[in-house]
Ligand binder design. Structure first.
Ligand code: NAP
Ligand code: MG
Length: 505
């Protein structure tokens, strides 16, 4: 595991080695000792099979692929690559489970299983957080304090709906759809599985889940939880693999619903694939959210929210506040504060409890971030990044922001999905609104102001599915999440999220 690097200082080096620089640059304020989460108790099997019909099954494809740790480049385990035949077996198992018991089961009985899943996640939070950080690269303080508690909360919340669906739809009868194919990305592997599986099961559907190729590990732990709580076989099946596995699943004629979270490009392909079929579809796609800060905002509070909004989870967040619109009169003040604040962000070993920014999920994603940031500079924007020696192994990108960004620049338009913020200015609320809405996406936005009326005025006009006011990246299972325009359609979470998994009579 690489040492934690804090602004050029090797955190594992002797205190004296760093002492002079600390005094000069930081007055020792940031010289925390490393605090590594222990991995001694984690046993990762060398190989994982497919989880189909409640059994671990070798793939018909005969093919396995590796998942590595993006912070060390070490291989963690091998995973079965499901081909069309394997996907077919998984869909058949889900259909059998649906027809035989899950589709007919009383809601109160389904709820008991979903509550058990939630409780098992709570019991195993620490272990789950560690493997999530090892496989995906995110800081342990996020996987431990955000991903796992929110995942458990999603199962708890939806367990509560399972026997109350007639109240969700005001006296009308809600029927399950059948087999749900669910395809998820690598940025929140365990949490995205929860967002998908919990409502599907609560509404009486069975599931075939396809995790992302670079982060399949925590889905295997989830399958072990299903075994442990004795979820009936075939109710949730997990097929690992890459894009071709996802496509085979979306294509399968035995599937009644496809729920996809991922890139807009793949979302469009799936939509084209489903055209003319009776399959239901929900798409949670990309974003290019604006955080809008007015001169009357509580500036220091806003800076914290803006920093969290873009650097949280290495910027691998679809709703990341990747554009910052600053009222012109406070531009220089905000930029100074941003520069000071990113100098204190700690980048390094995801398993260190002090780490703020972990590893970029894959080499491919690192190359994309690097390419887009370089294009920003070529477009004439000024780059600020923390000057730190990054670990020799693994994929790293320092927290970065650009000033002097034009609306037409690639970094103001394209989703970077990394720790890169584009700063722009505005003079009036109308101009802020126009600039914020000037994007093909419409997933989220943030408004920072002391005036409630201004915040409401903006929120009513911002074309985004989620709008945070004087905060950012706050989630709750009861709050629906989803986008407009090329950010997709359908909602996840809340009463609205149930709608994607039922037919209403
Ligand atoms: P991606 O390439 O679209 O992959 C998402 C999932 O789809 C993965 O499991 C992927 O498998 C699979 N896949 C790839 N090609 C496919 C195909 N032709 N048919 C069916 N499935 C296919 O996205 P990503 O790059 O992994 O994830 C980042 C993107 O997800 C970002 O654009 C981000 O904004 C978006 N995202 C959105 C939300 C939201 O809620 N709106 C949440 C998280 C992420 P492999 O990974 O194995 O190739
Ligand atoms: Mg991995």
């Amino acid at each position: 595991m690489g040492n934690q690097i804090v602004n050029g200082r090797d955190a594992s080096a002797s205190p004296s080695k760093n002492a002079d620089r600390d005094r000069l640059e930081f007055g020792n304020a940031w010289a925390y000792a490393p605090s590594l989460e222990s991995t001694d108790h984690i046993r990762i099997p060398a190989r994982h099979e497919l989880f189909i019909g409640g059994k671990w099954q070798a793939p018909k494809s005969g093919v396995y692929f590796d998942s590595t740790s993006p912070s060390t480049d070490e291989k963690l385990s091998e995973f079965a690559e499901a081909n069309a035949e394997d996907v077919d077996l998984a869909v058949q198992a889900a259909r059998t489970a649906y027809d035989k018991y899950w589709g007919k089961m009383r809601g109160s009985e389904r709820a008991k299983y979903i509550f058990r899943i939630a409780r098992a996640i709570q019991e195993k939070t620490r272990e789950l957080a560690i493997i999530e950080s090892m496989d995906g690269g995110k800081p342990i303080k996020e996987s431990r304090d955000v991903d796992m508690p929110l995942s458990a909360a999603h199962y708890f919340y939806h367990a509560g709906w399972a026997d109350k669906l007639e109240y969700a739809f005001q006296g009308r009868k809600a029927r399950p759809l059948g087999v749900a194919a669910q395809i998820i990305p690598w940025n929140f592997p365990f949490l995205m599985a929860a967002w998908k599986i919990a409502p599907a099961l609560a509404c009486g559907n069975t599931v075939v889940l396809k995790p992302a190729e670079t982060t399949p590990l925590s889905a295997m732990w989830l399958a072990k939880i299903f075994e442990e709580i004795e979820l009936p076989p075939g109710v949730v099946n997990i097929v690992t693999g890459a894009g071709a596995t996802g496509e085979a699943l979306a294509r399968h004629p035995g599937v009644n619903k496809v729920a996809f979270t991922g890139s807009t490009d793949v979302g469009k392909k799936i939509q084209a694939l489903l055209a003319g079929t009776k399959k239901r579809l929900t798409l949670e796609l990309g974003g290019k959210a604006a955080n809008i800060i007015f001169a009357d905002a509580a500036i220091d509070q806003a800076i914290e929210g803006i920093i969290g909004g873009i650097y949280f989870n290495q910027g691998h967040v679809c709703c990341a506040g990747s554009r910052l619109l600053v009222e012109e009169s406070i531009h220089d003040l905000v930029v100074d504060k941003l520069r000071d604040r990113i100098a204190t962000i700690r980048i390094g070993n995801p398993l260190d409890k002090n780490t703020d920014i972990g590893a970029i999920n894959s080499r491919k994603q690192l190359d994309k971030i690097t390419r887009l940031a370089d294009a920003g500079e070529r477009d004439g924007a000024t780059r600020f990044a923390t000057k730190c020696d990054l670990p020799a192994k693994g994929n790293w990108f320092p927290p970065t922001f650009f000033t002097g960004v034009s609306q037409s620049s690639v970094i103001a338009r394209e989703e970077i999905f990394g720790p890169v913020l584009a700063v722009m200015t505005f003079r009036t609320p109308e101009e802020a609104l126009e600039k914020a809405n000037n994007t093909m996406y419409g997933l989220s936005a943030g408004v920072w102001t002391d005036k409630g009326a201004k915040s409401l005025w903006m929120s009513q006009r911002l074309n985004a599915g989620v709008i945070w006011s004087n905060t950012y990246n706050k989630f709750d299972p009861s709050a629906p999440f989803g986008g407009f325009k090329e950010s997709g359609f359908g909602r996840e979470g809340g009463r609205q999220g149930l709608r994607g998994y039922v037919e209403i009579d």
